[in-house]
Design a protein around this ligand. Structure first.
Ligand code: ATP
Length: 588
């Protein structure tokens, strides 16, 4: 016996219909509250009468929240569902069958309701235990005939409304217009928090049923119960403020797939971001190779699984290969899964998720030494100031990383949290938003990739142009840029510039045919006369004070969006425009 046998599906569907018809969120709330109160009161009574019986509300919760239910997959395509419905209602070839066949997807449930209503005036006799079993049967045996049998059973025992709601449940289109967290709140005051922490409704219900909700919401994690990963919010441009008020660490943004590694007594499990178990994929090629520097009998790590190329001794980026890290299973292959840990949540029976990030980093370092190609860890770098951050970001860009992650040193590990997590992702693309500025600057100098070999320019000094009344020009360096060009485009640009490159004699002012170029502290290896040079279209996020170039401000996170071979050198941004640019940047 179980408690849900006491709950009629009819009561539930009447409540759900009312919810859909409700004209305001407040009304929907009241309807749900009333229903749950009644159910919880009944459950309380049931617990007293039958203390040994199953009193879980999981079958009810997974029906109401069928859109969130990932453990029950019906494998029924919409087209097949129409066919099954037509067959089970025995209406093949009729005008009603045509309706079911041709209505749009959103109307299937209502159309079936109308069709069943004209053929059966039966009232529903099914309880939630029976509905739960029916839904399980639909999943367990997905042969069309078996699924059809379930609908035939429904036709004989259920009502038109039952049909409608079963279709909605299967299609996961409940359209209740209620937030999951609000709905769960009616079930248990801690249910929304539990659902933020754990992946599955089954886990949430299990904890609530066991009466351990208070305890589980705290800093507890356990091996083999995956929790939702902590997420990063998009970087805000209020960088000065952010970096000035808290201590941040920078890590590279790994180009892999998020996985939690759980281990207890040498049994390893790997959970994807959605809490799916992919242990089989990594237990052959990875787990047996992992070594620790202390005795570790239980562990939970957070990190990314990345493809490692053994012969090239480097990671393979997602852009380079179609290969899925979960599909690497040939021990003789050059490619292997390598786990790159960036956090530790649990070691030897102790949960660390409530500890600050910098403490967790210490723990992570104390557990294992990097094993190239097997298991490594990120190396967080403490950010000194905004300039340091800018240079770290630019280095990441130069190394063709996707971006960086900033982590507040005091942040706890908050499962499923993004906005208050204290982790920030900084990617060049984010500067494509409102705050990004795009402008053209002429190249006036450059630094070689290898100054001894004088091979090709890696960094370009760019300038703003001031046209004087007498027709001469002054060009002021405003920044140095090295990111954004593919190897091929860099080569093409280099070839065009080579004929005009002159040795730079370390002067602050260099004369050229049409005027002067003024440099700041940053001195290039070569000088390029602006009127022979090329214009770069640059994207950057904002301006920051800098003493490196002639102008006292430079742009942040610059990247070359295009080489403007089509532009004249004096089409470049003027110093005045650049100053305006700075003002508007600070005004908002
Ligand atoms: P999100 O994960 O934030 O929903 P997403 O899947 O589109 O977004 P991105 O926006 O590219 O991913 O970046 C965030 C993801 O970066 C994280 O979820 C995590 O999987 C990954 N990541 C890579 N390196 C790190 C790191 N050092 N620390 C934390 N997360 C990292």
């Amino acid at each position: 016996m179980s408690f849900v046998e006491k709950l009629m599906f009819f009561d539930l569907t009447v409540m759900l219909d009312k919810c859909i018809e409700a004209t305001s969120p407040a009304k929907r709330d009241t309807i749900l509250k009333k229903y749950f109160k009644r159910v919880l009161d009944l459950q309380q009574q049931y617990k007293i009468e039958y203390p040994c019986n199953d009193h879980s509300l999981y079958p009810l919760i997974r029906i109401i929240l069928s859109t969130e239910e990932h453990q029950r997959a019906y494998g029924i395509q919409e087209k097949t569902l129409r066919k099954i419905l037509i067959n089970s209602l025995n209406i093949i070839g009729s005008s009603d069958a045509k309706k079911v066949e041709h209505c749009n997807e959103d109307e299937i449930a209502d159309t079936v309701y109308e069709v069943v209503k004209t053929r059966s005036s039966r009232t529903s006799t099914l309880n939630l235990q029976q509905i739960d079993a029916l839904l399980n049967n639909l999943c367990e045996n997905q042969k069309q005939q078996c699924q059809q049998n379930q609908f035939e059973y429904l036709f004989l025992n259920g009502s038109a409304s039952d049909f409608k709601w079963i279709v909605k449940i299967i299609l996961k289109k409940m359209k209740l217009k209620v937030l999951v967290s609000k709905l769960l709140l009616n079930y248990h005051p801690l249910a929304p928090q539990l659902y933020t922490k754990f992946h599955h409704l089954s886990q949430v219900c299990k904890i609530i049923d066991s009466g351990r909700a208070e305890e589980e919401i705290k800093d507890k994690v356990e091996p083999f119960i995956p929790i939702r990963p902590m997420l990063s919010q998009k970087f805000s441009n209020d960088m000065n403020n952010m970096i000035g008020t808290a201590e941040f660490y920078q890590e590279i943004k790994l180009d892999g797939e998020r996985f939690q590694m759980h281990m207890e007594n040498d049994v390893y499990k790997y959970y994807s971001r959605n809490g799916h178990d992919f242990s089989e994929c990594f237990n052959i090629l990875l787990s047996p190779l992992v070594k620790y520097k202390t005795v570790v009998h239980s562990l939970i790590l957070d990190g990314e699984m990345i493809i490692w190329n053994r012969s090239k001794q480097r990671f393979v980026t997602k852009g380079e290969t179609e290969m899925d890290v979960k599909k690497i299973n040939d021990p003789n292959s050059n490619l292997r899964p390598c786990y790159c840990a960036f956090d530790v949540l649990y070691v030897n029976g102790v949960s660390y998720i409530d500890q600050p990030f910098n403490r967790r980093c210490e723990i992570l370092s104390s557990i294992f030494d990097d094993q190239v190609g097997v298991m490594i860890k990120t190396e967080p770098i403490k950010i000194r100031d905004v300039d340091h951050l800018v240079s770290l970001f630019n280095t990441a860009m130069q190394n063709e990383e996707e971006g960086i992650i900033l982590k507040n040193s005091v942040s706890k590990y908050m499962p499923g949290e993004r906005d208050k997590s204290g982790w920030y992702k900084v990617k060049a693309d984010y500067f494509d938003g409102e705050l990004v500025k795009e402008f053209d600057c002429v190249i006036v100098g450059g630094k070689y990739q290898n100054p001894h070999k004088k091979d090709y320019l890696l960094k370009y000094s760019v300038g703003a142009v001031e046209k004087l009344q007498d027709g001469s020009f002054k060009v002021y360096t405003i920044g140095e840029i090295n990111h954004g060009l593919s190897r091929e485009n860099r080569k093409k640009l280099n070839d065009k510039l080579v004929p005009y490159m002159r040795d730079y004699d370390n002067e602050n002012k260099v004369e050229f045919e049409k005027g002067q170029v003024y440099f700041g502290k940053t001195r290039p290896d070569v000088f390029i006369p602006p009127h022979k040079s090329i214009v770069l279209q640059i994207k950057a996020s904002e301006l920051a004070p800098s003493s490196d170039h002639y102008f006292k401000y430079t742009f942040r996170f610059p990247r070359i969006s295009e080489v403007r071979y089509d532009k004249f050198w004096d089409d470049s941004v003027s110093l005045k425009e650049f100053q305006e640019f700075f003002k508007s940047d600070n005004s908002g």
